[in-house]
Design a protein around this ligand. Sequence first.
Ligand SMILES: [Zn+2]
Length: 195
Amino acid sequence: MDDFHAWPLVDLLSVSEEGAHAARCQTSCYRCIQRFGNRRYHGLLDWRLGIAYLRAMVMPGYTCGLSQYDGRFPEMAGWREHATALAETAARMRPGALIASIHAPSGLPCLLEQGRSGPGSAIVVVHPLWSTQGDAGLALAGGEDVRFIDTFELERRPLRALEMARGVGRQGNDEGPTPSNTCRHHDTPALPGAR
Ligand SMILES: [Zn+2]
């Protein structure tokens, strides 16, 4: 996990004449973890999330980006910037109805739904391994009552994820290419170190 000269980091952090893999590959590609044999799951594969999950299991105190200290880990480098970009992309899908912003109490990217009387409550963008339930969620949101959307969902099916965040769940999915099976990554336990 920490050996930059061994797999998987040697591949994930490789630099070719085309540039750095980590800069070119946000989730997965044929140069890293996509294989013919796992083609059914290509839409789900995410090397950053995989490394974060493994590190959370072996490194006590790892908070998956909740602490700035974690920014030194390659899977967390640039996470906030990417989360901000995902929020901006989602806002562009609903011009006039969604605004990308920064949620001041938490410092996290967020989406604000535009109502007739101005912006509604925030939908805060979080890492998929952060606990957002109960007191952990309240602390994460800086004490505010907000809704959450994680970057795994926001990246793969933003409109469906926004519906879920709003509590307007429905069956089905009409957002184009999506994983061929259903990933319930929320079933994975939240990080014990998460607030
Ligand atoms: Zn890749």
